[in-house]
Design a binder for this molecule. Structure first.
Ligand code: AMP
Ligand code: GLY
Length: 425
């Protein structure tokens, strides 16, 4: 098969790494890719938000399968354009991608199918939103309705903070994403993520993970795209997994089909777990980043068979071949991230590192400058380990971190702490 993956982060490096191990993969192209991906696949500079450009490129290169990595191309209908051109495509339609691109839409779907989630209300002007906040009090959660690159959510501990968030949304801080605000009940508990493949009708669980969204150790400081992840997440017990499938995922998938927008791709449920039950925080319509890195490390080459079965609508007969393993990924970011940070700083020592099914450094934001690898983003590298225990996976991941010579980078030293305890503690 000739395969085209859209995207250029650590998630897409991990997808490419798993896919190219499968003997079915003849040729692999990633657009735009990055310096790490260039080591295992061809990279192509096409505009992945332009469905026409993607289709033309895929036809010229005899692509048999398109895998869409990030949410932005899905939200603008790139998967629709590919399918309309007859290309086998992994990823939801723009209509189904609304499960990520509109928080109010997701809440309506949850209400329609009875999926447990936080109580909510939608507002299109600041005055009504402010009155609602005053009536409910803090803590309370304020969200821009649309896609805001993970920055549209404020978990407010005071009414003043919530009202400031409403004002930011309606003053245009998030562009079109801020045409409406969703205000939610604050849910307490432990967060975890559950991933299922879905072919429009059938669902296949492919693993659980826990992300670390805050920049600082002990989950402190500002939110980021994710500073590290591990899989499986023990907080998602088999009983809670069954509850999530029965009460949240399957009802959502049925409701989307009923609305004429069947969901095909990977559905990523962000969950809040308290007292042995999960409620939905949000859906994403693509793999998480860095959650994909730990999932791909665990699935390996079979990821391609599962993705193909999803795109072909054959999930009913598909099975995951599970190993009793654990994976953990540590994000190395540029100093200053998620705020202002330098790019172009030189990273040394990567060539000497192992790159196998137990230890892999996935590139998130890197570029090649002559013979050197340089940082080209906020989140830059994902040092990932896989072992028989989570402690072993963690030791393998940090073993990679400690051999990377990048003075301008940093990472959290406590990835996995909720399952393993604090380092040294
Ligand atoms: P979202 O982009 O909707 O996932 O929100 C980002 C983060 O905000 C989540 O991962 C949670 O940590 C937090 N969050 C969102 N909604 C709620 C809620 N209703 N209660 C508590 N925390 C929330
Ligand atoms: N790591 C969180 C996300 O991919 O949305």
């Amino acid at each position: 098969m000739n395969i085209l993956i859209l995207g250029g982060g650590g998630r897409e490096h991990a997808l490419a790494w798993a896919v190219q191990q499968n003997p079915k993969c003849d040729r692999l192209i990633v657009a735009p890719g990055n310096a790490g991906i260039a080591g295992i696949a061809e990279c192509a500079a096409i505009d992945i938000l332009d469905g026409g450009a993607v289709v033309t490129f895929a036809e010229e290169n005899a692509i048999d399968l398109v895998i869409v990595g990030p949410e932005a191309p899905l939200a603008v209908g790139v998967a629709d354009a590919c399918r309309a051109a007859g290309l086998l495509t992994f990823g939801p339609s723009a209509a189904a991608a609304r499960l990520e691109s509109s928080k109010a839409f997701t809440k309506e779907v949850c209400d329609a199918c009875g999926a447990p989630t936080a109580a909510w209300a939608r507002f299109s002007d600041a005055a009504a939103a402010t009155a609602h906040i005053r009536a409910r009090g803090a803590p309370i959660v304020v969200k821009a309705d649309g896609l805001a690159a993970g920055k549209g959510v404020t978990v407010a501990t005071t009414e003043a903070e919530a009202i400031a968030a409403v004002e930011a949304i309606f003053s245009g801080a998030f562009g079109a994403a801020g045409a409406a605000a969703v205000i939610e009940e604050f849910m307490e508990g432990e967060e975890a993520s559950f991933f299922v493949l879905c072919d429009g009708t059938d669902v296949l669980p492919i693993g659980t993970a826990q992300d670390h969204k805050r920049v600082g150790e002990g989950d402190t400081g500002p939110n980021t795209g994710g500073m590290g992840a591990y899989s499986p997440a023990p907080v998602l017990t088999p009983a809670i997994e069954r509850q999530v499938l029965d009460e949240i995922i399957r009802p959502t998938v049925a409701e989307m089909a009923r609305r004429g927008a069947p969901f095909q791709g990977v559905l990523y449920a962000g969950l809040m777990i308290a007292e042995g039950r999960a409620r939905l925080v949000e859906y994403n319509v693509r793999f998480g980043d860095p959650e994909a890195q730990v999932l791909m490390m665990r699935l390996g080459a079979q990821a391609l068979d599962l993705i193909q079965a999803t795109a072909e609508g054959r999930l009913a007969g598909a099975r995951v071949n599970w190993a009793e393993d654990h994976a953990l990924s540590v994000v190395m970011a540029a100093r200053g991230y998620p705020g202002a940070h330098a790019t172009g700083t030189v990273i040394r020592g990567l060539e000497a590192l192992p790159a196998d099914s137990r230890q892999m450094v996935f590139h998130a934001g890197t570029a090649r400058r002559g013979a050197e690898i340089v940082a080209a983003g906020g989140r830059v590298l994902n040092a990932t380990g896989r072992g028989a225990s989570l402690a072993e996976a963690r030791a393998l991941a940090y073993g990679l971190v400690d051999r990377i010579d990048w003075p301008e980078g940093f990472c959290r030293r406590d990835i996995g702490w909720r399952a393993l305890g604090q380092p040294g503690g």
